[in-house]
Design a protein around this ligand. Structure first.
Ligand code: F6R
Length: 611
């Protein structure tokens, strides 16, 4: 949430920062700002997109070799020019950018007000920079010392970068529970909230750890911790490619990412499954195989789309491995005093690896002695570093705010994991498992066939684009897909949509159905087919508009549904891989037809690093 960029070196800082902010815009996009040091401290801020900031700065002097920039997702105070970062200290000597939340900001603010400080914004960030200023003034401290002392007073999460007009060849950065990456160039350093703005300049990076402070000059970097002990950071080599951050000819990142799924699923399976030899290897679990085999229970924690993938994981693991599974919203789990035992395995599902609630849920489970395992996309992210073991989904950067390829990547890993646990526990018929493995390997090709139905999906989208509501129904493995389809529609088209287990419809939602209500029914799984047909009949009896996802060659549903999308048949355990694709496309087309920005839907941010 919120994007941070900093630069110090020999190049002009402003263009590097603007480009970096554009790359990070998926993290937050309600306002943006830049501060440049060049003898003086110049500040430019604007409500809106980075392009609005650029337009407002046109013709002004932006030169300087040291600078910081920020793209905001509002927490404290509405999006406007004043609340945009960077923020000045009271004496206008310091400027700060901040990602996270300072929880005790109002106490700190009152104390500062008693000392004569006044504030112009509604943000917690402005309070923090005033605290730094106060230490600097009172004790005559160097910037890094003042930052360190101030951070000791702070409760909450932060990734910050601070500049000082009186100490102009230096950046001071720090983090706690909010990521910060430092890129190492030749006589220059790049700082960012994730590696995407850095990759075009260098692939050598340091991930700042919690409560570490970096003191950065153009030719030196020192890292200390909050107790002022010098740290010895590890340098990582990034494998990400620059092309992965471009749209590659598509109109949006979301569409590109939908179309990438056959490849990203194959990447997630690469080297992990061999159908002929019958093996599944997940490097991450090797060391813990015995513990996983003997686990009494598996708990999956996640948020949003990842939580939907988790529900499918529950069905898979219980079905194949006969191991009890609970799926928890991370935000509930962390605050509800759950029972966690040492023989539990807690799995976190997260695209970003930075979701604050998921991270906190894992910390809780780790403290209670459970084995914690991460299924994560972003390499080197906080969740990936916290877990005992884990598997990356290898989907590449997901830039569209609405998750698509990460969802199917998570399903890939969950399917492999469920099959592997089933092997370890000898809980499933070998012949059946062999068939499932073979079918999983075929999934990328079947998704390619589903993607060919794009024009048909676009046509259906044009028919229902003006509906204010929609209902999604599914049973068994397709119930979580109904939830996911509804979420995709809500978040990018702003149409109110609800997903339900198809049989639940009778217990309330059926009251909503009339001739204006589109009802998307997932009917490509075979188990429960007849029951789904009955549910469709019930909807039709109330004149609802039925859009059914069915297997190729289906005749029964075709007779009663208003629209059908015929997709290749697969085994029920894998049905979500195929049924989710038309739902992603449907919401994409509806959103485009309604003039919505699919990559940057209102009020959302890609990486939810605040709770
Ligand atoms: C929806 C979406 C969100 C995320 C959720 C968790 O399209 O993207 O619901 O799934 O914020 O994020 P991660 O997976 O990064 O933990």
């Amino acid at each position: 949430m919120c994007g941070i960029v900093g630069y110090i070196g020999k190049q002009e800082a402003y263009p590097i920062i603007i480009k970096g902010l554009q790359r990070l815009e998926y993290r937050g996009y309600d306002s943006a700002g830049v501060a440049i040091l060049d003898g003086d401290l110049k500040m430019f801020k604007k409500k809106g997109k980075v392009s609005d900031l650029e337009a407002s700065v046109k013709g002004l002097n932006t030169s300087g070799n040291v600078g910081i920039g920020h793209t905001r997702w509002a927490t404290h105070g509405p999006p406007n020019d004043v609340n945009a970062h960077p923020h000045y200290s009271h004496n206008q000597r310091l400027a700060i950018i901040h990602n996270g939340i300072i929880e005790n900001y109002s106490t700190l603010k009152s104390a500062l007000e008693n000392l004569g400080h006044t504030f112009i914004s509604d943000t917690d960030t402005e309070v923090l920079v005033h605290v730094i200023e106060e230490f600097q003034k009172r004790d005559g401290l160097k910037l890094e010392e003042a930052v360190r002392k101030a951070l000791k007073r702070v409760i909450g999460a932060y990734a910050i970068v601070v500049v000082d007009k009186e100490d102009p060849n230096k950046l001071v950065a720090a983090r706690k529970a909010s990521p910060l990456v430092i890129g190492l160039g030749k006589d220059e350093f790049f700082i960012a909230s994730d590696a995407t703005p850095i990759i075009e300049y260098t692939n050598r990076v340091i991930y700042l750890q919690d409560e570490e402070i970096a003191i950065i000059h153009h030719n030196s970097l020192e890292i200390i911790n909050i107790e002022n002990e010098v740290q010895d950071p590890e340098i990582h080599e990034l494998e990400m490619k620059l092309e992965a951050l471009e749209k590659g000819g598509y109109d949006s990142f979301m569409l590109k990412e939908i179309y990438q799924q056959p490849d990203t699923i194959a990447d997630g399976m690469r080297g992990r499954i061999n159908v002929e030899e019958g093996w599944i290897k997940l490097g991450g679990i090797n060391e813990f195989q015995e513990r996983i085999k003997k686990a009494k229970r598996l708990i999956i924690v996640a948020c949003g789309t990842s939580w939907h993938a988790g529900l499918i994981g529950e069905y898979l693991v219980e079905d194949l491995a006969r191991l009890p599974v609970e799926v928890e919203y991370a935000s509930e789990f962390r605050y509800r005093n759950p029972v966690i035992n040492e023989d539990d395995v807690v799995i976190a599902l997260s695209q970003s690896g930075e979701t604050a609630d998921t991270l906190a849920a894992l910390e809780l489970a780790k403290d209670k002695g459970a084995l914690i395992y991460g299924i994560v996309n972003v390499v080197g992210s906080s969740i990936a570093r916290l877990t005992h073991a884990g598997s990356y989904i290898h989907a590449g950067p997901e830039i569209g705010v609405a998750s698509t390829k990460a969802f199917t990547g998570q399903l890939t890993l969950l399917t492999l994991l469920a099959m592997r646990i089933a092997q370890l526990r000898d809980s499933v018929d070998k012949e059946f498992l062999g068939k499932l493995m073979k079918e999983l390997v075929n999934i990328p090709d079947k998704i390619r066939q589903v993607l060919e139905l794009n024009e048909k999906v676009r046509y259906i989208a044009s028919e229902i684009q003006d509906s204010p509501n929609a209902i999604y129904l599914g049973r068994g493995y397709n119930f979580p897909v109904a939830l996911e389809g509804a979420l995709k529609l809500k978040e990018i088209s702003y149409i109110h949509a609800e997903g339900y287990p198809a049989a639940e419809m009778k217990h309330g939602p059926i009251a909503l159905i009339d001739e204006k209500m589109p009802v998307v029914v997932l009917a490509n799984n075979t188990n429960n087919y007849d029951k789904v047909v009955s549910n469709i009949q019930e909807v039709k009896a109330r004149k609802g508009i039925v859009i059914a996802i069915v297997n190729e060659g289906d005749t029964e549903i075709k007779k009663i549904a208003d629209y059908t999308i015929e997709i290749p048949a697969t085994m029920d355990e894998l049905a979500p891989f195929l049924s989710v694709i038309p739902l992603q496309l449907l919401s994409y087309h509806i959103a485009i037809m309604r003039g919505c920005n699919v990559d940057q839907p209102r009020n959302l941010a890609k990486s939810v690093t605040v709770e």
